[in-house]
Design a protein around this ligand. Structure first.
Ligand code: SF4
Length: 71
């Protein structure tokens, strides 16, 4: 299934944690991270990044359902 990655630029503090986990899924672009691809194939690293984001800025969804960050 295709997943969607969203990063809230208002929350992102450019810590770089997401890009360290998955540099192909998250890139630092100036003061914020962004996903080079809004839609990805299932990839646990996207959930790992959402879990460790200190700003809770990353949301991962599948068909509109929130998968991460995990509770
Ligand atoms: S881990 Fe979160 S705060 Fe850090 S760069 Fe990525 S989205 Fe921004």
């Amino acid at each position: 299934m295709t997943w969607e990655i969203e990063i809230d630029p208002q929350l992102c503090m450019a810590s770089g944690s997401c890009a360290a986990i998955a540099p192909d899924l998250f890139v630092l672009d100036g003061a914020h991270a962004r996903p080079p691809h809004d839609r990805i194939e299932e990839d646990e690293r996207a959930l790992d990044a959402a879990d460790v984001c200190p700003a809770m800025a990353i949301t991962v969804r599948a068909a509109g359902k929130v998968l991460g960050p995990r509770p």
